[in-house]
Design a protein around this ligand. Structure first.
Ligand code: HEC
Length: 128
């Protein structure tokens, strides 16, 4: 009997514990989504990898849109179907880096990572 209880306790420890902390927003937050889906191409600051750095994107979006919701909606649409004429960074960025490939993530996740990107805006960062 003692043995069985020991096994149950062990199973609980092995399988029960990890799932208890699963719903944590940290694993699915904008920054985590960025790290796993975007950071392979986008660095935070110059020098760029194969795409414009996040601080530059955030700065351009702050200039182009007055509200976060509007900017996020545009970013999400762009990520689902990137088009040069919809690019806020413009044809110069597209000529330099190429067009971004479409992201196959869900709309909710795209919205979260786009909001995170908008929030990275740093007024001290200037891009020409
Ligand atoms: C395979 C490389 C690659 C990945 C992965 C990638 N991007 Fe990009 N992204 C680019 C390139 C290249 C550009 C610049 C050209 C353009 O605007 O299409 C760009 C531009 C952008 C822009 C500016 C669009 C505009 O209005 O001009 C945003 C916003 C953006 N990326 C967000 C993201 C986010 C968020 C992710 C992750 C979910 C991501 N990107 C993943 C390559 C990538």
């Amino acid at each position: 009997m003692k043995k069985i209880i020991g096994v149950i306790v062990a199973l609980f420890l092995v399988y029960g514990m990890p799932s208890s902390g699963h719903a944590s927003p940290v694993t699915t937050g904008g920054e985590a989504l960025f790290r796993s889906n975007c950071s392979v191409c986008h660095s935070m600051q110059p020098p760029p990898k194969t795409a414009p750095p996040v601080l530059g994107i955030a700065s351009h979006y702050r200039k182009a849109f007055s509200g976060r919701d509007e900017a996020v909606a545009h970013m999400v649409k762009f990520m689902q179907q990137p088009k040069e004429d919809a690019s806020i960074l413009g044809s110069q960025a597209v000529a330099r880096f190429g067009l971004m490939p479409a992201m196959s993530m869900g709309t909710e996740e795209l919205r979260r990572v786009a909001g995170w990107m908008w929030d990275q805006y740093d007024p001290a960062f200037t891009c020409k």
